[in-house]
Design a protein. Structure first.
Length: 103
């Protein structure tokens, strides 16, 4: 697998896991806790494999950046959380930084 696939897998699994954990925090449904934790473990295993191709600093920065953007957007669209202009601009800058790092 290449790094883009690994980062995409890490981002996808951890993001969905984080959103499920957020729902667990609202409902206390223990099944949601188990599923959210399992998805996070799968996502972290994808991230761990990126360390074969990237330095730990860059891999962590890219992984966390992708996760922050994805979880924030998921919270906005699925959990009805708000974003103000400052937060939106910060996410845009984060996305630009990830693109610059990967170029």
């Amino acid at each position: 697998m290449n790094t883009i696939t690994l980062f995409a897998g890490a981002g996808l699994f951890v993001t969905i896991g984080d959103l499920i954990l957020a729902q667990w925090a609202r409902t206390s449904n223990w099944i949601l806790l188990a599923v959210g934790l399992l998805l996070n473990v799968i996502g972290i295993s994808f991230y761990a494999n990126t360390l074969r191709f990237e330095s730990v600093g860059l891999a962590t920065a890219i992984f966390l950046g992708i996760n922050i953007i994805a979880v924030t957007m998921g919270g906005y669209f699925f959990l009805n959380q708000n974003l103000n202009l400052r937060e939106s601009m910060g996410l845009l800058l984060l996305a630009v930084a990830i693109i610059i790092i990967e170029l």
